[in-house]
Design a protein around this ligand. Structure first.
Ligand SMILES: Cc1cc2nc3c(=O)[nH]c(=O)nc-3n(C[C@H](O)[C@H](O)[C@H](O)COP(=O)(O)OP(=O)(O)OC[C@H]3O[C@@H](n4cnc5c(N)ncnc54)[C@H](O)[C@@H]3O)c2cc1C
Length: 453
């Protein structure tokens, strides 16, 4: 038997896989337990959503450019969910194969099953009909998150990303319940396919974690695309009557649509883990109490990825796995959650990194704000996409960049550059020293520096 320390990883999504590979590289004996490799990520998460979004882009550009031509030569030119499923499954299979190969090459023991805690240093593993105990020196919980759609009362089946492929055809109209990230991306998805879209949001603005000015611009763009937005509207229940769905709001109003897509948020997935047996303490909201290294009240148990409740993004899955495993292997890395960038592939594209204006003020920074229109970026002019807006927030005291918020084509690329600068603590007045290719979105940096007061 090897003298190496034993680590078990519960969950084989990106956070679990990254933790397993890191610890295997550091000489641990690692077992990773999950019914499937790839996690929610490869079944009903980011990978699936982004592959679908890509297909909706293909479809809408194809439809826009060739509608007239197709009217004359084709009979059935509609988006086909069964074909889309095949494509998305092939994307998912490639990722799963990469993950499996990586695990095998790193000597990680993959156990196809589930795990629940049995004590502070052991779990019970269930593999088909087999159950046994496995002890650990360290455990990393990477069990992801689950959608909250079952918390919505409905007399029939509502659509989530999990069952989108069951659609027989493009819905003529769809109510999207929830105006957060997933709601925004799937509203754009159905709009590209040609559905009439109504977004129903509980709070008083869409994308309410984004900078207020950016979410206002997003709402304005929805108006122009004839997407109806109903805010301050809490859904009471949905009833399916024949081929129609009626969404009843608590204020007495109702919305009729052919289908309803639910995107009302996600929760850390901690059920069936018998977490209390591990001595892991939860906070008032039911999330694990973690220190900055993501260690729980049981010093041998760490949490990574969505199940931390601290971030629900793939970049967080990978980053949190590095933080936790660096702590286990004593190489240490602190975590700065606000530097995680975020992109939404909606129309127009939106991305951000760092604090928004309200957050930065609330944190007590003396802030400077630079606003910039895309009509000043040559790359945008050339692409005929000059309707964008960019906002940079910086600390007037030391000129450090605090946040960047962009709406318009190229948003993700611009934000990626700011992400590097925020993490490298580059001061805003020094960015004029950099030289970029022309024409690129990067050139905006030189201009921005000249606006610092
Ligand atoms: C519709 C949608 C769109 C998204 N789009 C984006 C995007 O554009 N960009 C982005 O960055 N993120 C996006 N995300 C979020 C991203 O998918 C998640 O942040 C990511 O999958 C989290 O990875 P994870 O490893 O923490 O968990 P998961 O990928 O959820 O994996 C967790 C795994 O743990 C397993 N598990 C659970 N309990 C047990 C147990 N007791 N024993 C063994 N195994 C267990 C599960 O079976 C699962 O396989 C999106 C999510 C959704 C739902």
């Amino acid at each position: 038997m090897s003298d190496n320390k034993k680590a078990i990883i519960i969950g084989a999504g990106p956070a679990g896989i990254q933790s397993a590979l890191n610890l295997a590289e550091s000489g641990f004996d690692v077992s990773i337990i999950d019914e499937q490799i790839g996690g929610n990520y490869a079944v009903a998460g980011s990978l699936i959503s982004n592959a679908l979004i890509y297909l909706s882009y293909l479809y809408s550009s194809y439809m826009n450019k060739t509608t007239k031509f197709l009217d004359h030569v084709c009979e059935d030119n509609s988006f086909n969910f069964k074909k889309a499923k095949k494509y998305v499954e092939s994307v998912s299979a490639k990722l799963k194969k990469n993950y499996s190969d990586d695990l095998e090459n790193s000597g990680v023991n993959y156990i196809k099953g589930t795990a629940r805690f049995n004590s502070e240093n052991s779990v019970i593993v269930s593999e088909e009909e087999n159950e046994y105990e496995l002890e650990f020196d360290y455990a990393v919980v990477a069990t992801g998150s689950r959608g909250m759609s079952n918390e919505l009362s409905s007399s029939g089946k509502l659509i989530t990303i999990r069952d989108i492929f069951e659609l027989e055809k493009i819905p003529s109209s769809i109510a999207v319940i929830g105006g957060g990230f997933v709601g925004a991306e799937f509203s754009a998805f159905f709009k590209r396919l040609g559905s009439d879209v109504i977004i129903v949001e509980k709070s008083n603005r869409l994308l309410n974690s984004f900078d207020a000015q950016i979410s206002k611009k997003y709402e304005d763009s929805l108006k122009k695309q004839s997407v109806e937005v109903i805010k301050d509207a809490e859904v009471d229940k949905v009833e399916k009557i024949g081929n129609k769905c009626i969404t009843f709001l608590k204020d007495g109003n109702k919305i009729e649509s052919e289908e309803v897509f639910v995107a009302i948020g996600r929760k850390p997935s901690l059920d069936n883990l018998d977490i209390e047996k591990a001595g892991v303490k939860l906070d008032k909201t039911g999330k694990p109490r973690l220190n900055t290294k993501l260690r729980s009240s049981n010093e041998a148990v760490y949490f990574v990825g969505d199940c931390t409740g601290l971030g629900m993004l793939v970049n967080w899955a990978y980053r949190s796995a590095d933080i936790a495993t660096n702590s286990i292997t004593a190489t240490g890395k602190v975590f700065q959650r606000h530097v995680l960038p975020r992109v939404l592939y909606i129309d127009p594209e939106i991305a951000y990194v760092g604090f928004n204006e309200d957050d930065a003020k609330e944190k007590g920074f003396d802030i400077g704000v630079i606003k910039y229109n895309f009509s000043d970026i040559e790359k945008s002019i050339i692409l005929g996409e000059s309707k964008g807006f960019l906002k940079v927030i910086y600390n007037k005291k030391n000129k450090r960049i605090l946040g960047c918020h962009v709406i318009g084509k190229g948003a993700a690329q611009i934000v990626s550059m700011f992400s590097v600068m925020i993490q490298s603590k580059v001061s805003i007045d020094s960015i004029s020293d950099y030289v970029f290719n022309h024409p690129t979105f990067a050139e905006v940096l030189s201009d921005i520096a000249s606006k610092v007061k």
